[in-house]
Design a protein around this ligand. Structure first.
Ligand code: PRP
Ligand code: URA
Length: 225
């Protein structure tokens, strides 16, 4: 953590990256360490992505508005708090973002799911889009874009631009590992979109891979190495 990072309880906020919220929790750091290891097999990799996504979803939704709801406990009437999960749309960036959906749905089973297909060109590092489908009601919904890797930021920025073109006004990006370049790109292109991450890594290599990173998330999730 840089010296000027402000630690606010479980979160770390760096004044240089005001759009970034890194969740600090020993269990999360432990799971990300296992995820990074080249020795972690595909099955465990997928399980870890699920678990990390669930823990991150808890933070991404920490300030959701609740509605009062009167219920009967076995003992008396009380006013509880209710979250309308159908107003949350999880939007994985294909392919790797798909791996995070189940973890979010375990926490918010009534959330709906959209899909954005983007493939980063290995040479130019520019994303090409091949699929877009989101549920209706973009205007009134919180969109949680999931993608384990925020590298150059090209894919995440394009995904958010597509959502905005379809009327989405409330968007958050949930990734596992991000780079300084990706966070900067998101801040320049979409200053209104908060980036939630489990780890803020050092840099990109000359092929656009995050260092130390975890390698190619899609390949490790789907066994296409
Ligand atoms: C990976 C990753 C992100 C993107 C990040 O996907 O899942 O979507 O690269 O890189 P960027 O920030 O530089 O755009 P990739 O395009 O390799 O597709 P995949 O998920 O199908 O493997
Ligand atoms: N995509 C990945 O899957 N990993 C990286 O490090 C960068 C982009």
């Amino acid at each position: 953590m840089p010296a000027d990072t402000v630690s606010t309880g479980p979160f770390a906020r760096d004044p240089q990256h005001a759009n970034l919220i890194v969740t600090r929790h020993p269990l999360l750091e432990h799971k990300v360490t296992l995820l990074r290891s080249v020795e972690t097999p595909k099955k465990v990799f997928k399980e870890l992505v699920d678990e990390i996504a669930q823990l991150l979803a808890y933070e991404v939704t920490a300030d959701l508005r609740t509605e009062p709801r009167t219920i009967e406990t076995p003992l008396e009437t009380m006013e509880g708090a209710y979250v309308d999960g159908s107003r949350i749309i999880v939007v994985p960036v294909l392919r790797a973002g798909l791996g995070m959906v189940e973890g979010v749905l375990q926490l918010i089973p009534t959330a709906r799911v959209g899909h954005i297909g983007l493939q980063r060109d290995d040479d130019t590092l520019e994303p090409a889009d091949y699929y877009f489908k989101i549920p209706p009601g973009a205007e009134g919904s919180l969109h949680i874009v999931t993608d384990p890797m925020l590298a150059t930021g090209g894919s995440a920025s394009a995904a958010v631009s597509s959502l905005k073109r379809r009327g989405a006004a409330s968007i958050r990006l949930m990734c596992i590992v991000c780079s300084p370049e990706g966070v900067r790109r998101m801040r320049e292109d979409h200053p209104d979109v908060a980036v939630y991450a489990a780890a803020f890594d050092r840099a990109l290599n000359d092929k656009g891979y995050i260092l130390p990173g975890l390698g190619d998330a899609g390949d490790r999730l789907f066994g296409t190495l």
